[in-house]
Design a protein around this ligand. Sequence first.
Ligand code: SDX
Length: 429
Amino acid sequence: MKQSAKIIIDGKTFELPIITGSEGERVIDISRLRKDTGLVTLDPGFANTASCQSSITFMDGERGILRYRGIPVGQLAEHSTFVETAYLLINGELPTQKQLNRFSVMLNDHSVVHEDMRAFFENFPRWAHPMGILSSMVNALRAFYPEILERTEEEEINISVTRLLSKVRTMAAMSYKIFRGHKLVYPRHDLTYAANFLNMMFDSPVRPYVIDEHLVQALNVFWILHADHEQNCSTAAVRLVGSAKVNLYAAISAGICALWGSLHGGANQAVVEMLSQIHANGGDMAPFIARAKDKNDPFRLMGFGHRVYKSYDPRARIMKKMCDRVLDRVKGHDPLLDVAKRLEEVALKDPYFIDHHLYPNVDFYSGIVLRAMGIPLNMFTVMFAIGRLPGWISQWKESIEDPNWKIHRPRQIYTGPNERDYVPIQERD
Ligand code: SDX
């Protein structure tokens, strides 16, 4: 039975259709609102606004549910690999063995980066943040890999998607090696996606990197947990920039820039910086909690809170367990994990955090895992970006394939000065 919402404006009643999603969520479709009523809606930060209909990821913030194409993220973390999960997000179904083999061969074939790009990496200032380098280099891919007009649009998209998924990992490792002044390590055909990344990061002529399958598995889980998250800030940026019909690389470069923010993907780096400060403060976390609760202080408890999850982020739960497993494997102990666990315990008993429904999110423990793997602090958000790439790509593909494609152009409510005349400079006081 069709449902609708009624609004009354100046005594006139307008009906707006209600759409129900496959998980029973209901939205009011306001796509005709301005045409019918002359009014638009105002929703700063879009907390109450759905920008699209999507079949990729389902989240339930109250129940702490996260599913990619209907499969719970916990099952994928336990049984899948990042490459298989990327295939699922982008194509909508888990691959057959034949499809997975073909996808892996294509990722391998596209894993090296154009040698002329190396000059770009080598000429960034040594102190450049890897997220700024990554967004620039992803955008530069179009210059090095121009569109081949003889290809069909589908072929062009598939090649661009595979090229990006594979090269982003190589570019991240390249920026690290060049920053350290170390010899570049090329991808190897005999290593899996995650193992290749670790090898490109840590192999050296004097100390060959020994692949540890436990760390490879942990990195797969890390990237699976980050792979998509419906219409988060960076995905919304990819869809918005993509809506103007730019190439995939430009849209993804915009997503990388949005993810860089400390309120978004940059939080994993900010969490470890905060935990380190607490640790340096003798473990005294009271000043940090007091600042987080102080309305006049812009400080936020990093790694806590979420626009959608008003319960424990299911990814944080898995990441927290992974900390112990990875630490046992590499160095046994990280004092920051003790600080993190204590901070969580104190915060979750504090009425402020309870009343505001503030729980650890994916970024709260992820940095501990990355530290244990030896990933440098300034590359934490790059690791998030590599994980989120299949999500951004799948959302971009879904938007360009949408028969109702429209350029994203929000409206506003004007609150500036009413009409007034130009005043010549000599008459201004
Ligand atoms: C990610 O959207 C996604 O899905 C993102 C992500 C993904 O996978 O793509 O999940 C990844 O970005 C996770 C979030 C990482 N960011 C952080 O950990 C930074 C710290 N968190 C906050 O800045 C905040 O919680 C946000 C940005 C995550 C969410 O902010 P909202 O939804 O805009 O909420 P808000 O800022 O309006 O806060 C609502 C209230 C406020 O108090 P009141 O004015 O209502 O009294 O909650 C308070 C805030 O002061 N609050 C916090 C807090 N987060 C919210 N107070 C202290 N510490 C915090 N962390």
